[in-house]
Write a protein of this length. Structure first.
Lengths: 307, 257
């Protein structure tokens, strides 16, 4: 009997140890550093989706609190939150191509336009403060404009393959499912989606031009080099987004204008651009973004293209 | 023949007395002494090189002390050639929260050579690009390295005072300085947060508690401060921020660490 009791006790200890060892496992998933439960292998896509959104929300609010005392720490929190959210989308994206994932990859790229260090001679580096403010504002844009698209529509991976040129110039295949209706005929889901998707490209330009969630965003760059770097990135993103959907024929003028201005701004950053100074280039970029947003300038060009 | 040799030697010596300028202006930095070409008043040019990831960014912050040390201007510059920089005034944005370079361009800082000065730095007003005047009051020639003022890129920590003006500076959190100023000459009186937004140039921001969503939003910019070594004394030069135009400045020596 004693032996039986001892054996049962050992089993009980082992069971408890097993539970403790699992530690943060709740409901089968592991908690990430933001306290969000990672979905199990068998979880449905919506769990991965919620995991990513929740992680992003908590990372943003945590960073906001940390920013009271330490900009560098808050900036790192935002970076890690984005990376964790992307991990969730990687799983989710096995069946679909979530637009939020692309937007978050861009958030990391936009973070990198700001220095990690101002140089050995500067004791008080403000790059973290600038990066935090801009990336936080951009993430608000993602939450308000991109996340709803992913919640309402799927961006499927496979229907027919069609090559596109990505922002960095490399080629990859992108495809989509014919999601009901016909763009050129019967309307339907795809047309609605494509139209909304196109609108997000304009919304992205609004972020740059200071018409987004934080209306002072361009001024938050604090110097012309940061603003120029952001303009090159965002113009390329917007041009890519406008080109990627089937409405691109309507936006040929804007697409080519954004691409060529991005090239000129990039040349300015490298010291051989066409403008007198980076400030002049920044003002040109802001003006062009405004014109694309209002479209008044591009209207005739657009009509000609249609004909 | 001896006289000719002597003349050439003297001319060469005069040439060598010019400022030490790098072959490539992306490496330009230091303090230079010269004169305003119209006023003939002495002037100093402090050039701070902005580094990005410890590499030259070809951007500079420039502090011009003119009018016999009574006035100063904060400017920004960037490379437009191997031995030329475009210079722009710096001012605050409409909400006074951020600094930005201002158009019209202020001028061009370039290397020149003549028989009188040898190789020297010429800061010339930009002409014929706009109906708006350059914020530079005149053209300048900086013909030597400064023998009294030198740039100092360390934090201005301690008590600086002179007559009725004083600045007390201690380390704050978030990589900032806490400054308590009594500057009746400039109208800058109160507590400020100082941050080095530009290499070598510390910006004075009004301390405000911000309970909005953006806790890290920044207070309005009130003034700027550069630290120099004058002779053997560490000093701060403080002025209000304006659109790159000349302004009153005060020199305050370090009196207590």
């Amino acid at each position: 009997m004693k032996i039986l009791k001892s054996t049962l006790a050992v089993f009980a200890i082992l069971l408890i140890a097993g539970q403790v060892n699992a530690g943060s496992d709740i409901g089968g998933g592991t908690l990430n550093e933001f306290g969000v439960e990672y979905p199990t292998q068998s979880s449905e896509d919506s769990y991965y989706c919620d995991y990513s959104y929740d992680t992003l929300d908590i990372a943003m609010s945590t960073a906001l609190n940390q920013a009271r005392t330490d900009f560098g720490r808050a900036r790192n929190t935002i970076r890690r939150g984005i990376q964790s959210a992307i991990v969730g989308f990687n799983k989710w994206g096995k069946n679909y191509k979530p637009l939020t994932k692309d937007a978050l990859v861009r958030a990391l790229e936009l973070d990198r336009i700001f220095n990690d260090s101002c140089g050995e001679k500067v004791e008080f580096c403000q790059a973290d403060r600038r990066a935090l403010r801009f990336v936080y504002g951009y993430l608000q844009h993602v939450k308000e404009r991109i996340v709803p698209l992913d919640r309402d529509y799927y961006m499927p991976l496979n229907s027919y393959q069609r090559p596109y040129t990505s922002v960095d110039g490399s080629q990859y295949d992108d495809g989509r499912t014919y999601a009901g209706g016909n763009l050129y005929g019967g309307g339907g889901l795809w047309e609605i989606f494509a139209s909304k998707y196109k609108d997000t490209a304009i919304a992205l330009l609004q972020v740059y031009a200071g018409q987004g969630p934080d209306y002072q965003l361009p001024e938050a760059f604090g110097n012309d080099t940061y603003e120029l770097r952001a303009a090159v990135k965002i113009f390329n993103y917007a041009s890519y987004d406008l080109r990627r959907d089937d409405l691109n024929r309507v936006f040929k003028c804007e697409i080519s204008g954004l691409s060529s201005l991005a090239q000129m701004l990039s040349a300015q950053l490298n010291g051989n651009g066409p403008f007198y100074s980076k400030r002049e280039a920044c003002l040109e970029a802001r003006g062009f973004a405004d014109r694309v947003i209002t479209t008044s300038d591009a209207y005739h060009c657009r009509m000609n293209r249609r004909n | 023949m001896k006289l000719l040799t002597l003349a050439i030697l003297l001319f060469s010596l005069k040439g060598f007395a010019g400022p030490q300028l790098p072959q490539d202006f992306s490496q330009l930095e230091g303090a230079f002494k010269g004169v305003g070409l119209s006023s003939k008043k002495s002037a100093y040019l402090l050039v701070y090189r902005v580094l990005e990831n410890n590499q030259s960014s070809c951007r500079f912050n420039i502090f011009l002390i003119s009018q016999n040390k009574a006035g100063g201007q904060v400017l920004e510059a960037e490379c437009i050639g191997a031995t030329a920089l475009a210079v722009l005034g710096i001012g605050t944005t409409s909400n006074s929260k951020y600094l930005e370079a201002k158009l019209p361009p202020a001028g061009i800082l370039e290397e020149r050579f003549d028989a009188k000065h040898g190789r020297y730095l010429h800061l010339g007003r930009q002409k014929n690009t706009s109906f708006l005047p350059s914020p530079l009051a005149e053209d300048y020639a900086f013909t030597s390295d400064s023998d009294d003022i030198r740039v100092y890129t360390g934090a201005p920590l301690g008590l600086f005072n002179s007559n009725s003006n004083s600045v007390s500076s201690t380390n704050g959190n978030q990589g900032t300085l806490n400054l308590v100023t009594q500057l009746p000459s400039l109208g800058l009186t109160g507590k400020f947060v100082g941050v080095s937004e530009l290499a070598g140039v510390t910006i004075l921001r009004e301390q405000k508690l911000d309970n909005s969503l953006y806790q890290y939003s920044e207070g309005e910019i009130s003034g700027m401060l550069v630290t120099i070594v004058s002779g053997k004394r560490v000093m701060v030069v403080v002025g209000k921020i304006s659109d790159g135009r000349p302004q009153s400045i005060v020199f305050l020596p370090l009196t207590k660490n």
